[in-house]
Design a protein around this ligand. Structure first.
Ligand SMILES: [Zn+2]
Ligand SMILES: [Zn+2]
Length: 208
């Protein structure tokens, strides 16, 4: 599996282009901003078919280029049911509080925990890890995890936003993620990649 990381926008949210070696089909995770930049990567890697756009959650810095990407590729938009309202509310996706307005679109597939979506020849599993937002998820493909804003390298997601829940968040980190038995390579929503067990070991927000 190839994972291309593209930092986008003023928040430098990571967008990922994911495909099987030699394949012309791909899926995208979190088209945060700068649609032209993301589309240039799709072209550069000779991807002809983007099947799905997976959103780790609905905050504006992760969905800012969503409408343009969907329009350009026809990909199916996937988001957890609890963040669904963020696609159509500039308040819910926090854009209104950041002085920006983003173009949005509807979801095609509404996700819940444990769903497995076949995308570009790969199985993408949904692990619901609420707290940063109610519909925050981690996506798992083989030995790779996309963690969105649920956790970062040596850092954690904010839980002081409207729609955040610190208690749920604590449970997601220290029960749901802690119970994972695979040391996933983790691509985070901001910053550099890491590994799940490395975070268990070194990240102070994962309690022992
Ligand atoms: Zn967020
Ligand atoms: Zn973010």
């Amino acid at each position: 599996m190839k994972v291309v990381q593209i930092a986008t926008g003023v928040m430098q949210a990571n967008c990922f282009l994911v495909y099987e070696e030699g394949s012309r089909s791909a899926f995208i995770v979190d088209p945060g901003a700068q649609a032209e930049k993301i589309l240039a990567h799709i072209k550069h890697y000779e991807i002809e078919d983007v099947t799905h756009i997976f959103l780790t959650h609905g905050h504006f810095d992760h969905i800012g280029a969503l409408a343009q990407l969907k329009e350009a590729t026809g990909a199916k938009v996937c988001i957890h049911e609890r963040d669904l309202s963020m696609l159509n509310s500039q308040e819910d996706n926090l854009a209104a509080f950041s002085g920006v307005s983003i173009k949005t679109c509807d979801a095609d597939i509404v996700l819940k925990d444990g769903d497995i979506i076949e995308a570009a020849g790969m199985d993408v599993r949904v692990l619901h890890t609420p707290g940063h937002s109610g519909g925050s998820v981690c996506y798992i493909v083989d030995n790779v995890m996309f963690s969105g804003d649920t956790f970062f390298y040596m850092y954690c997601g904010r839980t002081d936003f409207p729609g955040s829940d610190p208690q749920e968040y604590h449970h997601s980190l220290n029960v749901i993620l802690r119970s994972q038995k695979t040391n996933y390579h983790v691509y985070t929503g901001h910053g550099v990649k890491t590994t799940l067990f490395g975070e268990f070991e070194n990240n102070p927000y994962f309690s022992r």
